[in-house]
Structure formats: C-alpha cells, structure tokens
Ligand binder design. Sequence first.
Ligand code: CP
Length: 338
Amino acid sequence: MAITADFAPSCIKAELEATELKGKNLEFLTDLTRERYHHLFTAASMLEPFWRTGLNLMSGKVLGALFFQPSTRTRFSTELAMIRLGGGVLTESNPGHNSSAAKGESLSDHLRTVSQYSNIIGIRHPDYAAVAEALPSATVPVISCGWGNETHPTQGLLDMYTAYRAFGGFDGLRVCIASSDLSRARSGHSFAMGLAIMGAHIVYVGLKENPIPSTVREKLEGAGASMEEHYDISNSEFMDVMATTHLCYLPGCSVPKDNPEARNAFMDKIKDFYITLEALEAIKKKTGRSIGIMHSLPRNSVEFDYAIDHSEFELYFKQMAFSVPIRMALVASMVGIS
Ligand code: CP
C-alpha cells in the first residue's frame, strides 16, 4: 500500500471536463475515445444517486428538444436529465406540425433559431443527411436523439452504461445484436460503435436481405471493431450463437404504424429470432451464464417471451433507469458546469 501523488477527493466537475465534450455535438459513438468513455461513465456513476431526487448543477440552462419522430423514452429521459440537473426544458414534440417548420422553415434556420433560446439541443429526425447538412447552423451543442437509420448515440450510450454497471467494464465482453432488419437498427448500431471503441466483441445476427447500412459498417471498420456476423440462420442456431455471448440486444422495430407494409415485414421475419424464457434457462444450465436480454423498446410480442420480464435475464426496463444518469452526465459534459 502506498499513497500516490494523484490522491485527491473525487470531483464531478473534473470528470465532466475530462470527457472533452463541452461545446461539441454528439452524432456517432465512434467519435469518443476509451478515455472519454471512462470519464463519462465515472461522472454518470457519481450522478446516479441523484437520478430521482435531482441536484443543482445546471440552474438557468435550457435544453431545446425537437422530436420530428415519435418518442417516449428518449424524449422523457433527455428532458428529465436536464430537469434533474436543475435546468429547464423547451420541448416541441411534433415540430413538423406545430413549429415554424410547418410553415416551411428550413432545418438550418430552425436549429439556429432554437439555439437562441437554449444551451443545448436534442433532436430526433427521420433524415440523417438533412440533419448533418443543417447541423453547422446550430450555435449550441446538439445531441442526436435518433437520426435516420444510422445514428441513435444516446440509446447506445445508455446501453453501454447498463453493460458497464452490470459487468464493471468491457474486457472480454461479448454482445449479440440480433434483428430481422439490421438496415433500420440504429440503436443496435450505436451500441455496436461504442462497444467497438471499448474493445468488446460484437456478434451480429440478421438477414442478408436487410444489411447493415454502409455508413455504419465504415464507422465500425474504422474503429477496428472485433465482430462476427451470422445471416439467415435458424432459431436453434441463433440460440447456439447467443450462448457464446453475455448480452443479447434487440434493436426492435423503428417503423411507425403509418407504414404497415414495412412493419408487417419486420414482424413476419422477426419470428425466427424469437427468444423464450426456456431457451435462456437451457443456456444457463449448459454454460452457467445468464444472458442479459436488452431491447431499445418499444417491444412487440413476436420478438420475445414476456415471461422474461420477471426473470434475472430482463435488462430492458433497467436500461431505461440507467438512461437518466448517463444522459445527465452527457448533458452536463456538453454544456459544461461552472
Ligand atoms: N428507445 C427509444 O428510442 O425509444 P423511444 O422511441 O420511445 O424514444
């Protein structure tokens, strides 16, 4: 045992500053380094005891929330993060109808305008390219709350934070990401990008007809991701693959109800990926490991057995709770505290 020169009390301000996210946008989880993740997760762990009671780090600061697509979890937890930090929130939950976007205002002007009223913006939008083009017009940091099929980094972050809290780190961690439509699985891909940076092993399971978007593949390859891919496999082969991992992540279906054709195609094909409680119990008996089931939610009954809700394998509702402290750490890092 020895006292070292860096012995000092822990400090939330120092952890937030060390993320080096102040004034920056959050688009892709491959934009962060391992060190930044370490500081972000440490800050989130320090904020976690306050995720229900709140504290006063961001008095007078305002989040502008623009959700051009439906959302419950992302909008509520991003807003709650700012509220729990002691700041305020201005929300437009249907800007395509209720804001000046409905009068033809460009996304660039919209972002520049909302920047005047807020210290940070969270935006969900169906078109990744449109937001990427408009982004330079914002004069405050912007969080992607889900853009197109490519990016949903705060979902990926909360998934990473859940894994970090469950396993204490990422060394040796193997994560299965399974969907009948990897072409639309922006939450799973965001999780994969973070896992790639942290050195975890990614096991993709999907269908050849719905491939991973090229933007995502390039980001994963650029990050040196350790990954394997399994396509068009049977349900029992899927269970065998899952048995080699610690977590199984289901990105769900992000297609809105007004596109029944695409939704029905997802629902029809996801049946081959169905996970039962019995299968998880059989894997545990064989390997001694409980595979944690993660889902970005909302879920559909054709994806997995809801009996898992009351088992040790359920992580999907716990993810939601962990989403608040990690979003608190993210917002405070991007805005900065004095
Ligand atoms: N996971 C997720 O993005 O959920 P919402 O669509 O409810 O925000």
